[in-house]
Design a protein around this ligand. Sequence first.
Ligand code: HAM
Length: 418
Amino acid sequence: MTSLQAPKGTFDILPPDAERRQGLETAARKILGAAGYRRIETPAFEATELFARGVGEATDIVQKEMYTFDDGGGRSLTLRPEGTAPVCRAYVEHGMHKLPQPVKFWYLSSFFRAEQPQKGRYRQFWQVGAETIGAAGPETDAEMIVLLAELLEAMLVKGTRLRLSSLGSPETRQQYRERLTAYLREHESRLSSEVRDRIGLNPLRAFDATDPGTREVMAAAPRLLDALEADDAEHFAAVRELLDASDVRYEIDPTLVRGLDYYTRTVFEFTSDALGAQSGVGGGGRYDRLIEQLGGQPTPASGWAAGVERILMSGTEPPIAPDPVDLFIALSDRDAGTAAAAFVVAREARRAGMAAQLELTGRSLKGQLKQADRIGARYVAIVEGDSRATLKEMSSGEQQELSLSAVIPTVLRGSRLT
Ligand code: HAM
C-alpha cells in the first residue's frame, strides 16, 4: 500500500509555519483594527451562483478553477475561490446597510482554486483581506492601498512594486473593448496567432503578449485610461494625489487587468521581486456594482486581498520566540498516586496562570530533566508520591524540597509572573 499524502497543490501548516502565520495575523489585526476594520469570517463554501454572478461567468476562476459539487439535494455549491463576493453576500443578507456606513471588514481565511500548482500557487491557499463597504470616495481607495502597503512593510516584504490603474465604468469598458477589438482586427496580420484567436474572447489579453509583432501593435493601441469618463478620471486623479501625499510610490499601468469582473474605477496590485513567476502579493480595487448585482441596494465598495503564503515567502523571517514554560512537572516514580498528584499540580498551575507542562511519556528522571531543559522550562517540580516534591530552578540549578501544596505558591513568588 502506498502511503497517503496531502493532495496536489495543498500543504500542511506545521507548528513553526503556524507560528509565523500567527505573526501575520497579529500584524493584520493591529494595522486594520487601528483603522476601524473588524474581523469577519464566512463559510468555506457558498452557492455556486454567488461566484458565477459576482466574480463573472467569463473569468478563468469561474470557467476553470472552481471546486464545485452537488450538496446531495440538487443544489450546486462551490468552495470559495475568493472572499469579496461572500463578504458582500453577508453584508446584504444581514441588512448591514442599516449600520452606520461604511462597514469595514477584514478576514484571514483559506480559499480554493483548481490551478496548476507551482511555487507560490496552490489549490488551497490563505488570504488576508479587507473590504470597505458603503463609501464611494477616492479616500477609501487610497486608504485601502496605504493599509496594504503598511501590512507588507510590517511583514518586511522585500522588493515591492505597486501598479495602479482605473477601469472606469462597465459601460466605458464595453465601448473601449469594441474600439480595441476593431483596432486589433485592423492590424491582425502582425499579431501572433494566439492573440488573433482570442480577439473576440478577450482582446485585453493582447497587452500581455510577448512576441515582437504584437508588442509593436500594442504600443500604439488605444488605452482605457485615455477613454475614461470625466468623473472616473477625476476620481483616479484624486486617488493618485492622496497616494502622493502619503508618499506611497506607484506606477500607472494602463494594462493592469485583474482576473475578476467586479471591478470599477481604481484597481491595483502589489508585486514583489522576491517571488518567482507568481509575483503578485496582493491586489484589489473598487467594486461599486457588486452589491447591487448580488441583490442589495446600489452600494459603493473597495477592498483588497493578499496571499498569506506569498507574504511569508517574500518577507524576512522574523525570529520566533518560543512560548515560555514556567513549570515542567516531572515524576520521581511510576506509582499511580504520584501520577495523579502530578496531574493535579499541572492543572492547578495552569489555573494559577502559569504555562505548565506535564511529563507524558514515562521517561527516566534524567530524561525528564533533559526534556524540561529542551523546552526552556524555568522550574521543574519532581513530584514524589502524593505529598512531596523537589522544586528545581533550571537557570541556577538550585533546588528545594517542599510539600506538594507549596509548589505553586513558591513558583509564583519566585517567577516573574505578575
Ligand atoms: P486576487 O488577485 O485573485 O484577488 O487574489 C489576491 C491574492 O491572493 C493574490 O495577489 C495572491 O497573492 C493570492 N493568491 C491568489 N491565488 C492564489 C493561489 N492559487 N495560490 C496562492 N496565492 C494565491 C482577489 O481574490 C480579490 N478578492 C481581492 C479583492 C478584495 N478585491 C477587492 N476586494
